[in-house]
Design a protein around this ligand. Structure first.
Ligand code: CO
Length: 199
């Protein structure tokens, strides 16, 4: 029980500290959230979106799952995506993977079964296309693949067709030094639309 009580104590301390620094902080947030970013990251406890990007509550809409997968049949993510794009009108979607991702490593070492194996099916397909690849490189390629999945997604494509500003970024985080690397695979327009491309 001690473990849990500690969290509630921490919370009271944190809320008090925030209020002391900025008395209006919670009142403002109560009225609305208007984050500019949607974060799609790994559930790994070492990669917390707000902390590693220095963002406060209200500044980033977050979806996390094992190995930061973008699967078009994932109702949870699809609802997050629709809400973020159509209601919150975020301008940036960040797919952030990390080196040493347990899900990726398990697939690479063929050490996963059951539901998890099914969940990471995309990674398996991706892996089969590359021979003698390192775990780190696979973590990067996984991010790139999810950026591609997003840019082919109907909700994203609809926003682009409407001329909305929406950027998709692929990042990778290093647990060993706390730094994020931009994989430079950003997408911000319909690839098959020559009018938009020529602008
Ligand atoms: Co992970």
């Amino acid at each position: 029980m001690k473990d849990i009580i500690k969290l509630l104590d921490n919370n009271r301390e944190w809320a008090g500290r925030v209020r002391a620094e900025n008395p209006d902080f919670f009142r403002k947030l109560e009225k609305q959230q208007s984050p500019k970013y949607l974060w799609i990251g790994c559930s790994d406890s070492r990669v917390p979106a707000n902390q590693i990007t220095g963002l406060l509550p209200g500044e980033v809409f977050v979806h996390r799952n094992i190995s930061n997968q973008v699967v078009n049949t994932d109702m949870n993510l699809m609802c997050v995506l629709q809400y973020a794009i159509e209601i919150l009108r975020v301008k940036h979607i960040i797919v952030c993977g990390h080196y040493g991702c347990g899900g990726i490593e398990a697939i690479m070492k063929n050490k996963v079964s059951g539901l998890l194996e099914h969940w990471l099916d995309n990674v398996k397909t991706q892996m089969s296309k590359h021979r003698a690849i390192t775990d780190d490189r696979m973590c990067e390629l996984n991010v790139t693949a999810q950026v591609r999945n997003l840019s082919n997604n109907t909700i994203v494509q609809k926003a682009w067709k409407q001329g909305r500003e929406l950027h998709i970024h692929g990042w990778i985080y290093s647990i060993s030094n706390g730094l994020i690397k931009d994989l430079k695979v950003s997408q911000n327009e319909l690839k098959d639309n020559p009018v938009r491309r020529s602008r």
